[in-house]
Design a protein around this ligand. Structure first.
Ligand code: FDM
Ligand code: MG
Length: 212
């Protein structure tokens, strides 16, 4: 209402390997924020396959385009940079964002191919940083048993193990929330909702938006 001071939105990110349940949890948290808490919220995912860079990325992921690994990495990064202003606008206008993959996916998937980690990370520096990161953790074998596995380029057990290794040895740090994703959906959601509720109570929106 007009009498309450408007707060900026919260930037919440979900990361993890394929088929760990990110999209399901993004949707569930979106419902919690928008319906239960009544906060204006938007749901986003990267890559954004609707833009020009996204079109090239999409055809690569569906195995219909070949591309140099570093060129691809830069396209994924550019795909985030082109939405930088939109992300900031949403947050500053009070819209919270629940985002499915971001810079850390970019680094994890490219470094898992053998590209230098710091080179991969460099392209991300300066992008708006998430306020909260949820890393959904699951054994690769369990993830690969899930429906539709194997339809896209990276959905191969050995490569997924490498991705998980990059995340867990080089990206996840004490500020991330590591969530055991090998549990019923509702149990996972409940834990995530509690962390978000607590963060809001502790004034997560009062600090300025950070950069990566
Ligand atoms: N992916 C995603 C990357 O390789 N780099 C990136 O920067 C991002 C954001 O693209 F295999 C990979 C991860 C995954 C695919 O598809 C995106 P889904 O729909 O999120 O699985
Ligand atoms: Mg996928």
């Amino acid at each position: 209402t007009e009498t309450t001071e408007m707060k900026r939105g919260i930037f919440i990110l979900f990361e993890g390997a394929d088929r760990v349940g990110k999209s399901t949890q993004v949707q569930s948290l979106f419902g919690h924020l928008s319906t239960t808490l009544g906060l204006p919220t938007k749901q986003l995912r990267f890559p954004d396959r609707t833009t020009q860079t996204g079109t090239i990325i999409n055809s690569y992921l569906q195995n219909s385009t070949q591309l140099d690994d570093r060129a691809l990495h830069l396209l994924f990064s550019a795909n985030r940079w082109e939405s930088k202003d939109t992300l900031l606008k949403h947050l500053n206008e009070g819209n919270s964002l629940v985002v499915d993959r971001y810079s850390y996916s970019g680094v994890a998937y490219s470094a898992a191919k053998g590209i230098d980690f710091d080179w991969c990370f460099g392209c991300e520096k300066g992008l708006p940083a998430p306020d909260l990161i949820f890393y959904l953790k699951m054994d690769t074998e369990d993830a690969t048993k899930r429906g539709d596995y194997g339809n896209e380029r990276y959905e191969k057990v050995d490569f997924q193990k490498k991705i998980k290794e990059v995340y867990e040895s080089k990206l996840v740090n004490s500020s991330w929330n590591v969530i055991n994703a090998n549990r019923p959906i509702e149990e996972v959601s409940k834990e995530i909702n509690e962390i978000v509720d607590r963060s809001i109570k502790n004034g997560i929106q009062n600090k300025p938006i950070q950069c990566i």
